[in-house]
Write a protein of this length. Structure first.
Length: 277
């Protein structure tokens, strides 16, 4: 087991200007090195045909891989840089071509219209999804989302990303009740699938940093159940700006410890290693 606190030196869910981040890859690397991090894992959003705004284009994907390769050389011996990918269920990129990948769901496809709805950004899009494709039933959208998560699990990602992202813009249960039995059943079914596949679940602090939520992804009830299932976790910031590389790590660690976790996984160049909390 690595030394206690080692999780604070690894940031492996990071976005740059080549997708929807605000900083260049170089700026992120400089910030990580100055902060004393040991590992920086870039995870550009994978090219996804139905996406029109936040994923890397194919040309940007090639640029991303080339720039990360140069940064690996530049920081050799000073900072371990990994070329990862945040792979979406509807992506056409090959996640096996990267050092590791985070498997995520950002879209739900409407069963009536065939439209792909981005479920974590615009309230109008989620409202349209519920109205036009799910007969006004917000919980049905949540159920469809968690079925998609189970499909991502089947690809055996290195890390399972923001497990309950469907709640991101649902503050105050605006679109569906997160305490409803149907919601809990859908989430738990996906969680059971993740446990069977021995996924490493990220505790993602980005919803709090960006002001959408007061809780992390996944929420406390799901983390409690994940602990009961013997699941492993890794703390990530899902950073879209350089100052967020390790945002909320201490708070996430404290929450995990209070729930009975005694360690987290830390991803480095040689894979995962457990770190005492």
């Amino acid at each position: 087991m690595t030394m206690a606190g080692e999780y604070k030196l690894s940031s492996v869910h990071v976005h740059s200007k080549l997708c929807d981040g605000k900083n260049t890859l170089d700026e992120l690397a400089v910030t990580a090195w100055k902060a004393g991090l040991k590992t920086l894992g870039f995870t550009g959003h994978s090219h996804t045909p139905c996406d029109i705004e936040y994923c890397m284009t194919k040309s940007r994907t090639a640029l991303y891989r080339a720039q990360v390769a140069k940064l690996k050389e530049r920081y050799a011996g000073k900072l371990d840089i990994l070329c990862g990918l945040e792979w979406d269920l509807y992506s056409d990129d090959d996640p096996a071509a990267y050092d590791y990948f985070i498997g995520s769901v950002h879209y739900v496809q409407g069963p009536k219209t065939g439209r792909y709805y981005e479920i974590d950004f615009r309230e109008a899009d989620l409202a349209a999804c519920i109205r036009d494709d799910f007969d006004g039933d917000g919980l049905a959208v949540a159920e469809a989302y968690f079925r998609n998560v189970a499909q991502v699990v089947a690809r055996k990602p290195t890390i399972l990303g923001h497990f309950d992202l469907i709640k991101k813009i649902n503050r105050g249960n605006k679109f569906f009740d997160e305490g409803a039995p149907r919601y809990e059943a859908a989430a738990n079914a996906a969680l059971d699938a993740a446990a069977a596949a021995r996924c490493v679940l990220e505790v993602n602090t980005s919803g709090v940093f960006r002001g959408y939520r007061d809780d992390f992804f996944p929420g406390e009830a799901l983390l409690r159940r994940w602990k009961e299932l013997g699941g492993e976790v890794v703390i990530t910031a899902d950073a879209h700006v350089a100052q967020a590389l390790t945002y909320g790590y201490d708070e996430a660690a404290a929450q995990l410890k209070a729930l009975g976790y005694d360690h987290v996984q830390v991803l480095g160049k040689d894979g995962f290693a457990p770190c005492e909390l």
